[in-house]
Design a protein. Structure first.
Length: 287
């Protein structure tokens, strides 16, 4: 048996380490392999601070066309509306007093993404909105290719997405939109996507007693759920459309609950309108 000299042994060991590293790199480069194991998939989240409600809607569907810009006074189907905003770590510390003075009365705050990301500004945003008098809720940016709906619902509830009947807390919202990191529908079939959303929704209901609000665009919903009508009678709809009207709704919903009507509003870009008067917003908070 030949004996390797010290220099040869070092070169052989270095070559072996190089081969193993190359094989490992190839494994993680395979489609879907980064999401193969629950709990490891979140290693594939390189920029969660750039993922907020509507970030991918704006990218894929665009904003209002010329002459179609929202003014903030758009009718939303009922005689009265309530102005709101939604924020995430992207905004950092938010000037809630200014927003309150401008007429904003409710807020949704991003709490989590996948099963590893926590908004580092969540406390300032969630508590700050509450402290100036707003009704507020939390939302979860879904990554259905990373882990189960139940796993992400539990992570959300455990990290700010819960609910209490205090008259000031809205049910948590599930943000379903285009994948910031790959395939539009996260590699799931339409039936698998519907089941994932049901898994999240049912788990959230079991943990909190409330059905989560679903944030989604009609275009994404058609593409990735096959325009499922399974949620319209259960989950309130929060729909983004940056124009002069809400437009077509996803199947199953006869009306929207919240409309995200602009991504370029004052103080905080994303502004919303609740489809009803303040007492109806309070009723949603109270369950």
């Amino acid at each position: 048996m030949p004996v390797l000299r010290p220099g040869s042994a070092r070169r052989a060991l270095s070559a072996l380490i190089g081969m193993l590293a190359a094989l490992l790199a190839m494994t993680f480069a395979l489609p879907g392999s980064a999401f193969a194991a629950q709990g490891r998939g979140d290693q594939a989240i390189p920029h969660p601070e750039d993922d907020w409600a509507g970030s991918q809607i704006l990218k894929h569907e665009g904003g209002p066309t010329a002459g179609d810009e929202p003014t903030g006074d758009e009718p939303s189907g009922l005689l009265a509306t309530v102005e709101g905003v939604d924020v995430s770590g992207h905004q950092g510390n938010v000037n809630w007093a200014t927003l309150w003075s401008s007429g904003v009365r409710f807020a949704y705050v991003k709490a989590t993404e996948g099963t590893s990301y926590l908004n580092p500004y969540f406390a300032q945003q969630y508590n700050g909105s509450y402290n100036v008098g707003m009704i507020r809720g939390a939302y979860h940016f879904a990554l259905p290719g990373n882990s189960t709906g139940a796993a992400q619902a539990n992570y959300f509830v455990d990290h700010g997405g819960g609910w209490s009947k205090d008259g000031k807390t809205l049910p948590g919202a599930l943000d379903m939109e285009y994948n910031p990191y790959g395939a539009t529908c996260y590699g799931l079939s339409t039936s698998a996507m519907v089941n994932w959303i049901k898994d999240f929704s049912n788990t959230y209901k079991a943990r909190t007693g409330r059905d989560p609000v679903i944030y989604t665009s009609t275009s994404w919903w058609k593409t990735c759920t096959g325009n499922s009508a399974a949620f319209g009678a259960i989950n309130p709809l929060w729909i983004p459309r940056y124009g002069s009207s809400v437009g077509e709704l996803p199947a199953g919903w006869g009306f929207h609950t919240i409309w995200q009507y602009t991504s370029s509003g004052p103080t905080v870009g994303d502004h919303d309108q609740f489809n009803g008067a303040l007492d109806r917003l309070q009723a949603l908070a109270n369950g």
